[in-house]
Design a protein around this ligand. Structure first.
Ligand code: PLP
Length: 609
């Protein structure tokens, strides 16, 4: 049976039991029963299930690992963490993070004015707020307002211009001055696709020369006392631990030098994000070579070594890892709408009294298939298909013959796959690439896993049930956008096998895991498919509660959101329909009602054949 790599990416968050994927927590509900429960409301389309207990698990793991490393290394600095809002700003995620992190004084990181306003509203007084990214005078002033409110806020400057804003605002507004952080530009680079956040050509950070100048500016303006943190970010999804060590050595030494230069209130190093998530379902494409334990040990140990060598007190450590905190908490459920080979069902075969010889041969191959002969016959069938297509193109066989040939070849392929399933052969694996089955899924790749579209990033995918039945169809997935990029192709190196399902008889759902980080906010409304419906699942000892259910936008709202006047559009459509010819008044009023109903439904597909 296939386990879809759950032991690689699953972190014991999910388990396979009695053929179903279940949440490995308290009453262990299956994802299928939750999905079916939510769909009882007649909901159609994709669904995001949020599991806040998985956010809690990650926050606990982060703090407990760093606290343990601090204890074991006799480290005298403290550990603090903030959640970077850019990773997931959705209210259900942020509210859960703030609530579940309260016991640790877990804070928030903001990178824009909107995120800063959110951080100021949501962070408990005392928990840290850090502010990164490019800023203007207004954003800097917002930071002063946060300090005035009593927030423990650090504004990290990305360039000297921002420091000038801070000095100007401090001199002009009379508000409490926030802590000042400086992002340092390091020579060392990270690893992975987001590694360009560090290194000399990085977008952010001050060079050594600029650092010295910043110190002078702060001194001259009597603001050095507010300089409390240096910051770097190695890049998201750091695959390898080695570059982190190099970066830490560099940043640690910069910290110690700045202390020696008189930055007496400098007391923290913010190591940014970087903690990776395992997205791979296949051993050969694993995405990180370290654990959180190793990561925390490395950070604490290295900083201790550098500070001890330079005779500097151990700094507090801040992290801003967000991917690690929220990726696992949400699961995208996508209903399968169609299997394309089902166009080739045996019942559609319309053989003639006299069929072309090659079609007769295909019939024979189909009837004589056995585990011993299946590979040979599959080869023969594919060969015959090619010849039949040539005959069709030359006008020697008609469309009915061509249709019969296609159906017979598909039947032979399917049967051969079943017959060889107990004895998988390399040749079958090779043929799978050619013979893949296309599954149409009721979701948008652009909206729900944009990093797959933009960066080819993998996400673990598996069916919700039938996990005790062999899955033998090499699957490629097509989303419902009118865009050929909306496809996850079957790849021999990272294969996905799914079940052969008759969707007229039964439902089939796919789950996409680890979609809680970045995907929701990066999601694009391509073809006007918007954020999926979502709900929060609170699991208890005896069952679970479904909370915060929000359905995906209805068609009129979608249009309203991009600037159309929805009521004018509706009136326009109703008028056009009403002024057309109907056989009866009843038909007219039914159709008008239907029009309105459809436009108030969410924009994903509801019924298909
Ligand atoms: N902090 C900063 C400054 C970032 O730019 C980022 C993301 O790139 C993060 C934190 C979050 O990092 P991660 O995605 O590794 O959680």
């Amino acid at each position: 049976m296939k386990t879809y790599g759950i032991d690689i990416w699953g972190e014991n968050n999910f388990m396979i039991d009695q053929g179903k994927i279940k949440v490995n927590y308290k009453s262990s509900p299956s994802l299928l029963e939750i999905t079916q429960q939510v769909r009882k409301t007649n909901l159609r389309g994709p669904l995001i299930l949020r599991f806040p207990h998985l956010i809690s698990k990650q926050i606990d793991a982060l703090y407990s690992n760093f606290r343990r490393a601090i204890f074991e290394n006799d480290y005298t600095g403290k550990f603090h963490a903030v959640f970077p809002l850019k990773v997931n700003q959705f209210p259900e995620a942020v509210d859960a993070i703030v609530e579940l992190g309260e016991k640790y004084s877990y804070g928030l990181e903001a990178g824009s004015k909107a995120e800063l306003a959110l951080a100021m509203a949501k962070t408990a007084i005392g928990a840290p707020i850090t502010v990164n990214g490019f800023k203007d005078e207004e954003m800097v002033t917002l930071g002063f307002m946060a300090a005035q409110m009593g927030h423990n806020i650090t504004i990290t400057i990305e360039g000297l211009g921002e420091l000038e804003w801070i000095i100007d605002v401090a001199q002009s507004c009379g508000l409490k001055v926030p802590n000042i952080g400086i992002r340092v530009r390091l020579q060392s680079e990270g690893s992975g696709i987001w590694a360009k956040s560090s290194g000399m050509s990085a977008k952010f950070g001050l060079t050594s020369t600029e650092l010295i100048e910043a110190m002078l500016m702060l001194q001259e303006n009597n603001m050095l006392e507010h300089f409390s943190m240096i910051h770097f970010h190695i890049g998201s999804q750091m695959q390898d631990i080695a570059p982190l060590k190099r970066v830490l050595r560099e940043a640690g030494n910069i910290y110690a030098e700045l202390k020696k230069m008189g930055a007496d209130n400098l007391k923290a190093i913010n190591i940014g994000g970087g903690l990776a998530v395992e997205y791979s379902q296949h051993t050969s494409t694993r995405m990180r070579n370290y654990t959180l334990e190793e990561f925390s040990n490395s950070v604490v140990f290295l900083l201790r070594e550098i500070m001890n060598a330079k005779g500097v007190a151990h700094p507090d450590i801040f992290t801003e890892s967000g991917r690690f905190i929220v990726a696992s908490h949400s699961v995208l459920i996508a209903p399968v709408l169609e299997l394309f080979s089902h166009d080739y069902q045996a019942k559609s075969l319309k053989l003639k009294e006299n069929n072309p010889p090659l079609i007769e041969e295909l019939r024979e191959l189909n009837s004589l298939l056995s585990p011993r002969t299946c590979i040979e016959y599959m080869h023969d069938a594919l060969d015959h298909m090619e010849s039949l297509l040539t005959l069709f193109n030359l006008g020697h066989i008609d469309l009915q013959d061509r249709s019969n040939a296609e159906i017979l070849v598909h039947q032979i392929i399917k049967k051969s796959l079943y017959l060889s399933q107990d004895n998988p052969m390399p040749e079958i694996e090779r043929l799978q690439v050619k013979l893949q089955e296309r599954y149409l899924i009721n979701t948008s790749i652009f909206q729900s896993i944009p990093d797959y579209w933009g960066l080819q990033q993998q996400f673990p995918i598996m069916p919700l049930d039938r996990l005790d039945i062999p899955a033998i169809r090499a699957a490629s997935l097509w989303d419902i956008t009118c865009d050929s990029d909306g496809e996850i192709r079957f790849k021999a190196e990272t294969p996905l096998y799914l079940h052969d399902i008759d969707l007229d008889e039964e439902e089939y759902f796919l789950a996409f895991f680890n979609v809680g980080a970045y995907q929701e906010t990066l999601g694009m409304n391509h073809n006007l498919f918007t954020h999926p419906s979502e709900c929060t699942i609170i699991i208890n000892d005896t069952g679970y509660e479904i909370e915060n259910f929000t359905e995906s936008d209805n068609v009129l709202n979608i249009l309203e959101d991009i600037g159309y006047d929805a009521s004018k559009l509706l009136t326009n459509l109703k008028n056009k329909l009403a002024s057309s010819d109907f056989r009866t008044e009843e038909e007219k009023s039914d159709t008008l009602q239907k029009l309105e109903m459809y436009l108030y439904q969410n924009g994903y597909l509801r019924t298909t054949r």
